[in-house]
Design a protein around this ligand. Structure first.
Ligand code: PGA
Length: 312
């Protein structure tokens, strides 16, 4: 004999009834009449072969069988919910869109990571915005993108911030500079040196200014430029020194256009963070990219990984 099973609707009714312990309120939540709800509960009781509730005065109680049915109903409905989420996730990974905004300096490595990620998910559409830290914080406050990559998590916004890769800031000089090749240059030796600085609002500039202030070093800002490429050219042209991320100067160091000074206290070790607003659940593809960044960062981490904690 084939067994009769409850319908999913009857199981849902059971979970709502258990929550309200009141037929009228349960019927209201389910947008059905109390009579129709009562019929469904009776049919369910007939299927499982035991009464599911009893009425004591105005109060409705589940019987032992009723509680067991309610627990099973919860399990089944949650399992179905998980199935729908997993299917949704698969669809999102095949055809989702991913909007990423990165600070100026991160353009030296994020596009490459995105490229490799897109090879794994060829059907997705990606958009990449590049702005300085200040611009990114504004985009973040307006919730314009799925993920943001910047040099430190903002303190005044509620975010989930995942550190994924070290960001070493170094003092860059033209190869002809007298401090090139000197070991352990004290910060005070930078006093009065002309510097080519990033624009206000840049995280790199902020970190450099904090270092100079904490070491009471007074540099001369010879020029302010919003482009790291332009800063590199200006330094190579002997307009001054600069503080830049090591991510941005690989080719120039390799071909001897620029040199890194061994200033005590440098490199300033910062971290690249991928973040999103705390209240926002990232899309499946954004979650996948976040996990990808973490894995890539871990793969390139130094032997002792002093990665800061994820926040949020
Ligand atoms: P920036 O940001 O490229 O705007 O300087 C870098 C950072 O946040 O560390």
């Amino acid at each position: 004999m084939t067994r009769r099973h409850p319908t999913l609707h009857q199981l849902e009714i059971m979970t709502v009834l258990a929550r309200h312990r009141n037929m009228t309120q349960a019927a209201k939540e389910l947008h059905m009449s109390t009579a129709a709800l009562s019929v469904q509960v009776k049919q369910l009781a007939a299927i499982v072969g035991a009464p599911l509730h009893e009425q004591v005065g105005k109060q409705l109680f589940l019987t032992g069988a009723g509680r067991q049915v309610e627990l099973a109903a919860q399990d089944i409905l949650e399992r179905l919910e998980a199935l729908y989420e997993a299917l949704e996730e698969d669809r999102g990974l095949e055809r989702g869109t991913l909007k990423v905004s990165v600070v100026t300096t991160a353009k030296y490595f994020v596009p490459r990571l995105l490229g490799r990620f897109c090879k794994q998910h060829p059907g997705i559409d990606v958009s990449l915005e590049v702005d300085n830290r200040h611009g990114l914080l504004e985009r973040l406050a307006q919730n314009l993108d799925d993920l943001y990559v910047m040099g430190s998590a903002p303190e005044d916004l509620q975010v989930v911030a995942v550190p994924f890769m070290e960001n070493r800031l170094v003092v860059v000089a033209p190869v002809t500079h007298p401090l090139v090749g000197r070991a352990s240059v004290p910060p005070a030796a930078l006093n009065g040196e002309p510097f080519v600085m990033r624009e206000p609002g840049s995280g790199t500039r902020l970190a450099a200014e904090r270092f100079f202030a904490s070491h009471k070093v007074h540099v001369t800002v010879r020029m302010t430029l919003g482009s790291t490429e332009a800063i590199k050219q200006a330094v190579a042209g002997e307009l001054g020194l600069a503080v830049l991320s090591a991510h941005a100067i690989g080719p120039e160091l390799a071909c001897g256009d620029l040199a890194v000074l061994d200033v005590v206290g440098f490199p300033l070790v910062r971290w690249w963070y991928a973040l999103h607003p705390a209240g926002k659940r990232p899309s499946p593809i954004a979650r996948a990219f976040l996990a990808y960044l973490e894995a890539e960062g871990a793969a390139s981490a130094p032997p002792v990984d002093r990665r800061p904690r994820r926040t949020g």
